[in-house]
Ligand binder design. Structure first.
Ligand code: BGC
Length: 246
């Protein structure tokens, strides 16, 4: 089966048609620049442009960087606040004329990695963290993926969201060395291990391509591995989600 997977992010919309039996992209992925100020109607236009680029008329899986219940978006930490309360299936369905399956972006990445990537065949407890503009998270156990919001774990003396301290975007903004940032990640992972006791930790997001530069500073009890899909996990997982929902 073929579905179109789209990953909505803080700086870009990325998408590609995916063969959901193999997890392979069927065309070169397409990218549309977006900004965090974009309101839902403008984002819907960008999603429609993505579908048009691939002359797409079938099911679309859409990963969104916030809490998604069924197809309702409940949080939008790094995108426009007007998304809160929006029904994604209606918003993006009307814009594209296609059936839409909504999912949290990190849960989508988790589905891709557990099916075809770093977690394939692993049935124990795996924690996936995506490090990008924010921090996405999910747990998988016996192959079942559960979306989490560990990026908003209260951190530091003012209890700010942990992602304000440990996201990949923070390393760039604050110009932190790999060692400094890796040290932050170590502290964060140490706390998550106390709460969740994963056996495997998969690190995704664009920065996972640079894992050799910071994995040496992160020393969890669990086995630590980079995501295999790197930045395409969100696209592939959203596409798999859409196929499952059919
Ligand atoms: C959102 C999560 C999302 C993560 C990565 C967080 O700010 O609350 O839902 O998975 O960013 O995009």
């Amino acid at each position: 089966m073929k579905t179109l997977g789209i990953d909505i992010g803080g700086s870009a919309l990325k998408g590609a048609p995916v063969d959901t039996t193999t997890g392979k992209l069927l065309a070169e992925r397409f990218r549309i620049e977006t900004s965090a100020e974009q309101k839902p109607a403008e984002m819907a236009k960008a999603v429609a442009a993505m579908a048009k680029h691939f002359a797409w008329t079938g099911p679309i899986g859409l990963g969104f960087p916030g809490v998604v219940e069924s197809s309702t978006i409940w949080t939008s930490a790094n995108l426009h606040k007007k998304f809160i309360g929006c029904d994604g299936a209606t918003l993006f369905g009307e814009a594209t004329g296609c059936p839409i399956a909504m999912i949290n972006d990190a849960a989508a990445a988790g589905i891709a990695e557990m099916h075809f990537g770093a977690g394939r065949g692993f049935t124990g407890k795996a924690l996936l963290l995506t490090l990008g503009t924010g921090v996405g998270s999910c747990l998988a156990y016996q192959g079942v993926v559960v979306p989490l919001e560990l990026g908003h774990f209260p951190w530091g003396k003012h209890g700010k969201s942990a992602e304000k301290y440990v996201a990949a975007s923070v390393r760039e903004q604050k110009d932190l060395s790999w060692k400094e940032w890796g040290g932050r990640l170590h502290e964060y992972v140490e706390v998550l291990e106390k709460l969740l006791w994963p056996e495997l930790i998969i690190i995704g997001g664009g920065v996972s391509a640079d894992h050799a530069k910071f994995f040496k500073f992160v020393k969890p009890r669990a086995k630590l591995v980079p995501a295999e899909f790197f930045n395409n996990a969100g696209i592939v997982g959203a596409a798999l989600w859409a196929a499952e929902k059919k």
